[in-house]
Structures are given as structure tokens and as C-alpha cells.
Design a protein around this ligand. Structure first.
Ligand code: V47
Ligand code: SF4
Length: 359
């Protein structure tokens, strides 16, 4: 029996809810009641504090051999708009970021057909050299697996070499929806969901913290979303290596999935964040990524169980190539105001969620 009262009772008693119960929440139209439960679950973990960081995104290349159907960012070699940043340019952006008070560089890119694994080691070393204060959060599980294939090294060896070169943690991309039937439709060339989980497990065992994302609002159903979160919750029980869960609202422009898929509704965005907060009881943080959600939904999400707004970002390509209507960057002051006006306490954090300053 998945009555709302039973689920509510469980959450109030700090008990874990089942997949069927999460699905029942998706079936409910009582957004405010779900939000209230999520807010309670978050309040217990994080009080009234909301985290953000000062960071900068760098995407070294958009050339990618995978060409996932939902991705408007990637290009084939020689195609109009294809680019690869020179090492000097990557360094210039890192130095600029550090000079502007960033504590993190977030770096992900396409699976380039020619660049050798050593290029990525050199990028890490170079950033380390020119901007030693920046934490480098880089490379999704999909990229790590690709590096292993192009270098002939094991996943463990790739991770060790990247850590030695300066890798500090990993973002949560590439997870999409971990269910195979969905992956076949949206990213047939990408590693399987099981392989994504395996690489993240190895990263956690190597001592790296990672995030986990979920790309929603395309061809998947609610049951797929819940199964995705169930797989993440199981792995988190095992390793404890996940920091934040980040639902990514699908941006439908310029991608091969466009067809008649519409952008997600605000109701779906808020429900998804709230259900994630309730279901993923072993994740400390649920992040509203303002780039995909827009500032307004991200702000309202702070009353629906969310305790992290990501960062300043500065130059965003993946969502904006796909039509995201949000700005390219938010200022630190802008994020602080957004959090304050939601009645919460802004806390600047570093990548590993150590508080740097309470505002
Ligand atoms: O894996 C690609 C997604 C991800 C689209 O860990 C799209 O802190 C929406 O993972 N519409 C990369 N999403 C971005 C990412 C991320 C972003 C911010 C913070 C963190 C973190 C991680 O972007 C990809 C894919 O799932 N994506 N195309 C699109 N059209
Ligand atoms: Fe390549 Fe990542 Fe885009 Fe897929 S989502 S095409 S792997 S850049």
C-alpha cells in the first residue's frame, strides 16, 4: 500500500521509502505536500543553509565520437563549429578564474578521436602549475572509460595517473538514464549504465568524490527515473562516494531528439527534485542546476528540498547549445541574493562541501 499518509509517516520517521513509493509520489498531483516532505528531509540534513561555489566551466573540445542523440554540443571533426582549445587557452581561462576568486574548475568535453591520453594529463598538470589554488573537478565516467580504451591502461591506472596529475574529483555527467532500454534510444554509442556505475565505483575506491546526474524529460518514463535513482542509492550504500545528486532538465533545441519533445514543465522539475531529496536518503546534497532550470525554478526549488545551486559557471556550452534560456553566468552576488530572497542562508563552499564563508 503506497498511500500518501504511509509515505509521509515514513519520511517523518526518517525511514527509507521504496521504489514503489517513489513512483506513487510521481503519480500524485499534490506538489506542495511532496515539497513539504522533501523540505523536511533536507532541513534535517542541512538546516537553512544553501551551498553555492565560485567556479568556471571549461570544455576543452566539442569533437566527440559518440554523438548522443540528445547532445547539441558535440560535433564531428571538420564540422562547422567544431573546436579544440589549445593548452595555452585552457591555462588562460584557469588563471582568469583563479584571479576572479574561483575555487574550482569544472572540465568536461567530447571524446576526441585523435588526442592522446597524455594530453589530458598535461592539461591537469598545466592547470595545477598556473592556477594552484583551483580544485580540478573533471572528466565524466564516460571520458575515463574512453581514456582507458585509447591508452590501453586499466580504469584503475587511468584514475591513478589523473590523480597524480592533479585531478581532485569528478562531476556526475554521462549517467543520463542508467536503464538500458532508454540508453539504446538516446545514446546508443555511450557506455552502458552498468559500466558507468562500475567506473564510478572504481573512482570512489580510488578516493575520488563524484556527483551523479540524471537527464530527464525526453523519452524516459517515471519508472525509469526511479530505477535510475535506485541504482545510485544502492551504489551510495556501498561506497559513500557521491556528494550531490543533480537532475538535468532536458533542453530540446538543436538535438536529434528534438522531434516533438517539449521542455520540461516547472511542475515536473520541482517534483523530480523533491522526490530525489526524499528517495536518496544517503545523498547529503541535491543540486538545482540553474543553467538547465532557469534562475526562477532553481530559486523556488530551495523550498522543495534543494540545498545547492551549483556555481557561477561563467561560460556554459552544453545546455546553451541546446537552447537553455538561462544566462551564461551568475555573479556571486546574484546567487547570494537569490538564496537570501528565498529565506535561506547562503554558504560559499569548496568542491568538497567545506564551508568557506557564510553570508
Ligand atoms: O552528461 C547534454 C547533459 C551533462 C543536454 O557534477 C544535457 O557538478 C540537458 O554533467 N539538455 C554534462 N542536459 C553536464 C553535467 C554537469 C553539469 C553541472 C554540474 C555537474 C556536476 C555536472 O549534460 C551530460 C548530459 O547528461 N546534457 N545535452 C541537453 N540537451
Ligand atoms: Fe559526446 Fe558527451 Fe555529447 Fe554524448 S553527451 S555526444 S558523449 S559530448
Amino acid at each position: 500500500m503506497q498511500s500518501f499518509e504511509n509515505i509521509s509517516e515514513k519520511v517523518r520517521n526518517n525511514q527509507r521509502i521504496s521504489s514503489d513509493e517513489a513512483l506513487a509520489l510521481y503519480a500524485s498531483n499534490d506538489l506542495l505536500a511532496i515539497g513539504e516532505l522533501a523540505a523536511l528531509a533536507n532541513e534535517r540534513k542541512n538546516g537553512s543553509q544553501v551551498f553555492f561555489n565560485v567556479n568556471r566551466h571549461i570544455n576543452p573540445t566539442n569533437i566527440c565520437v559518440n554523438r548522443c542523440a540528445f547532445c547539441a554540443f558535440s560535433r564531428t571533426t571538420g564540422e562547422e563549429g567544431a573546436y579544440t582549445l589549445a593548452l595555452d587557452e585552457i591555462c588562460r581561462r584557469a588563471v582568469e578564474a583563479e584571479g576572479e576568486g574561483a575555487t574550482e574548475v569544472h572540465m568536461v568535453g567530447g571524446l576526441h578521436p585523435e588526442l592522446p591520453f597524455e594530453f589530458y594529463e598535461e592539461v591537469l598538470r598545466a592547470i595545477r602549475r598556473v592556477a594552484p589554488l583551483l580544485h580540478i573537478k573533471a572528466f565524466t565516467a564516460v571520458e575515463i572509460e574512453y581514456f582507458s580504451r585509447i591508452s590501453g591502461l586499466s580504469i584503475e591506472q587511468v584514475l591513478q595517473r589523473l590523480i597524480a596529475a592533479g585531478l581532485g574529483s569528478m562531476p556526475g555527467g554521462g549517467a543520463e538514464i542508467l536503464v538500458e532500454e532508454v540508453r539504446t534510444k538516446i545514446c546508443p554509442e555511450k557506455i552502458s549504465g552498468a559500466r558507468w556505475l562500475e567506473i564510478i565505483r572504481l573512482a570512489h575506491l580510488a578516493g575520488l568524490k563524484t556527483n551523479a546526474t540524471m537527464l530527464y524529460g525526453h523519452v524516459e518514463g517515471f519508472a525509469d527515473r526511479v530505477l535510475h535513482m535506485q541504482m545510485l542509492r544502492d551504489l551510495q550504500d556501498e561506497t559513500g562516494g557521491f556528494q550531490a545528486f543533480i537532475p538535468l532538465a532536458f533542453q530540446p533545441e538543436n538535438s536529434d531528439l528534438k522531434l516533438d519533445i517539449k521542455a520540461t514543465s516547472g511542475l515536473d522539475d520541482l517534483k523530480t527534485l523533491a522526490i530525489a531529496r526524499i528517495f536518496l536518503d544517503n545523498f547529503d546534497h541535491v543540486k538545482a542546476y540553474w543553467v538547465m532550470l532557469g534562475e526562477k525554478i532553481a530559486q523556488v526549488a530551495l523550498a522543495f528540498g534543494v540545498n545547492d545551486l551549483d556555481g557561477t559557471v561563467v561560460e556554459e556550452k552544453i545546455g546553451h547549445d541546446a537552447g537553455a534560456a538561462s544566462p551564461q553566468a551568475l555573479t556571486k552576488e546574484g546567487i547570494i541574493t537569490l538564496i537570501r530572497k528565498a529565506g535561506k542562508i547562503p554558504v560559499e563552499r569548496d568542491t568538497l562541501y567545506r564551508p568557506l564563508r557564510v553570508f
